[in-house]
Ligand binder design. Sequence first.
Ligand code: HEC
Ligand code: HEC
Length: 349
Amino acid sequence: MSEQSHRAIGFGRGVLVLGAMAVVVGLAALPGLPHPEASAADPDTGAVVVTPVQGPSWLHHLGLQVADTRMGEMGGTGLAPVTSRREPTLGGGAEGGFRGAMHRFLNYFNSDRAKANRAFNATFELTGADLYRLNCRSCHGPDGRGAPPEISSLLDPVRATTVAGIQQQMAAKGRTIPDALAKQLAAQAERDIRDRLRNGGKKMPPFRHLRGDEIEALLGYLGHLAGVPGGDRAGMLVPQSAARVGEHVVKGTCHICHDATGPGGRQAGMMSGLIPSLQSFPHDYSLNAVIHQVESGSSRMMGMMGGGMMGGGGMMGSGSRETMPALPYFTEEEVAAAYFYLSEFPPEP
Ligand code: HEC
Ligand code: HEC
């Protein structure tokens, strides 16, 4: 068994007191983990279906380089809100919510795979705010303002989904419109947002992995950001699993820049400008290394040195190496969920 197949994992920042600070992961055994109905979850909380990430990164799909766009780097430097960091679960579900599930998963990882797997697939609930952070924040920013003109603000389009919002927007232009028409326009504006999530936009990726109830919870939170009443959707909770959280992080954020499959970290060091594939993370990097990369982004040194230097005297690239923004608003557990999602649901070309 190669040395790469055993890696010590554990959270580096010392924020977490894990019973499993030095869980040794035998990756060779990972693909064999059973995937029972767990991903179909508990009958009374609803199915939490999880699917692998597929295909080229969104930037590759668009033919862009990281330096050409603000997409993926608008998340800001703030940390995850305290509610998410401490206790993402406001409702019922697995003991200890998401954090509890992740800690149980790591604890049992070596000793009891069935228990580890149950913990990874156990259901708990998250808010629309969490879903926004995992799926939208890297482009639209913590407040929804984006980076116009490339990434338009979503605040006005969301305000336009309410009659009051339409009327305000009209009043600002010195016009009034009848309620019935405002209602029609508001309904159309909401359909536009739903279509955009299903099909994407000009530069925005589609979000086909989002379920109906997740979209409702998200719309509730978008209303909150835009300062319009969210109605029944305000504060809505939706069933999730740790595997599902990993899927959101990867599909909503990492896949903007990282291809699902392809060369990995070891080759990336040798080839200037190569962004390692998602598939390579659990094989080529320790969990701590991935947590560190997400927390800090590409090191400043690497950005300044440009391409090639990291390859132990390999090629000296001419173009400067692309850099990754820090994404400190993900918690360590969320990055860990992404890491194990990638090993349990292997990415597809
Ligand atoms: C990879 C970057 C990216 C991510 C992630 C992203 N968006 Fe967007 N979004 C854009 C861009 C770019 C635009 C501007 C229009 C276009 O090019 O499609 C946009 C536009 C929008 C608009 C419409 C603004 C208008 O002018 O009508 C809404 C609403 C929106 N996004 C919602 C969301 C939601 C909700 C999420 C999370 C589920 C999300 N976006 C995630 C890039 C992104
Ligand atoms: C805006 C683009 C972008 C996004 C979004 C992004 N990355 Fe990266 N990532 C890069 C680039 C560019 C590199 C190559 C430069 C480097 O290694 O720092 C990279 C490198 C990495 C590396 C290898 C670091 C090393 O030392 O070799 C890891 C691990 C990584 N990213 C993890 C992630 C994870 C996990 C996510 C999602 C939470 C993510 N990235 C989101 C652009 C991005």
